[in-house]
Write a protein that binds this ligand. Structure first.
Ligand code: NAD
Length: 307
């Protein structure tokens, strides 16, 4: 198959692009490199630097494409509160631009990387797709709007649309930006450098951490399973892990004592976010394979080698 991956030089996009090329597919990547790095991409991948709203570029890249993976986005919840207009532009207008171009170019399938963040605070522990979303940041609002645009623009043009609500992905090549670092790579870097980890509030914030290779498997199934059109599907493990439990696990796997600093500051975000995975099992036959302990061990191995 021929794929275009927007945001394909980012953390998840790179893992996806490299997997697809190894499976013998043709892969084009469009990324403005505002956050991504093209060096990790396999040399057979056709990389283009550019913005998702650059219509002529997108048009050229869509030629004879079977499926678009739309991953390009600004991705930080706290940063989205500071720059909501930019989040709206990239995540919402950028999605509309891709859908318009797909419509005009006649591409028939799109998979959007949405987020579990759209649920916000809910009354149930595990969130399922029938719940009314309750987004609590401009990032979450932008992802929900992107989902609606993808389904709404796609329907009259018979574009098959699949939105995956990905929970907390982690794995190799995940960036650690200074102001909104994802917790797993940040803690692992601290532990390997014999530093301490900072635990906000009481460390009881619960998240559903999923290894990036499992996310890639879900993305592949979303592009290749027949009869999926107009679906929105959670992609997580269904297992919740608190921040304190995560640090315990890093200690076990790394065999190092981790120094914990606590601060009463609450960073924002919801207290608990765990995916109900029934729909992914049913529609995508998706079952994540890598436990958190295994994923952390893989990451530690890789980081150790990189040191
Ligand atoms: P990432 O920041 O590593 O990747 C996003 C990529 O998009 C970057 O390479 C960036 O350069 C590119 N980009 C940004 N604006 C662009 C534009 N205007 N035109 C072209 N390219 C642009 O983030 P990621 O973690 O790989 O996330 C990929 C997708 O998955 C995002 O849509 C994100 O919202 C979604 N997602 C990620 C997670 C996670 O845990 N990592 C969870 C839920 C959803």
């Amino acid at each position: 198959m021929r794929f275009l991956i927007t945001g394909g030089a980012g953390f998840i996009g790179t893992a996806l692009a490299n997997y697809l090329i190894q499976q013998g597919h043709t892969v084009r990547v469009l990324d403005d490199l505002s956050a991504g790095h093209a060096e990790q991409l396999h040399p057979d991948i056709h990389f283009t630097r550019g913005d998702v709203e650059d219509k002529p570029k997108v048009w050229r890249l869509l030629n004879k494409v079977d499926c678009v993976y739309h991953l390009a986005a600004r991705v930080s919840v706290p940063e989205s509160g500071l720059y909501p207009r930019e989040y709206n532009k990239t995540n919402v207008s950028g999605t509309v631009a891709i859908m318009e171009a797909m419509r005009d170019a006649g591409v028939k399938r799109v998979v959007l990387a949405s987020s579990g963040a759209v649920y916000g605070e809910q009354a149930v522990a595990k969130v399922h797709e029938e719940l009314l979303p309750n987004p609590s940041s401009p990032y979450a609002v932008s992802k929900l709007a992107a989902e609606s645009y993808v389904h709404t623009i796609g329907a009259p043009w018979h574009i098959e649309t699949v939105c995956l609500r990905i929970f907390n992905a982690y794995g190799p090549n995940q960036a650690i930006p200074p102001i909104h670092a994802p917790v797993i790579p940040l803690f692992i870097r601290q532990v390997l450098g014999n530093g301490s980890v900072v635990i906000h509030a009481n460390g009881q914030q619960i998240r559903d951490y999923i290894y990036v290779d499992d996310v890639v498997m879900a993305l592949v199934a979303a592009a290749t399973t027949a009869g999926l059109s107009h679906q929105t599907i959670n992609i997580g493990t269904g297992i919740g892990t608190s921040l304190n439990q995560l640090v315990d696990l890093i200690e076990q796997v790394s065999k190092r004592k981790v120094q914990r600093l606590t601060t009463p500051t609450v960073l924002g975000g919801v207290s608990t976010l765990i995916a109900d995975t029934h729909r992914a099992e049913k529609l995508l036959n998706f079952n994540p394979k890598i436990s958190l302990a295994e994923g952390l061990a893989l990451l530690l191995q890789q980081r150790n080698l990189a040191l």
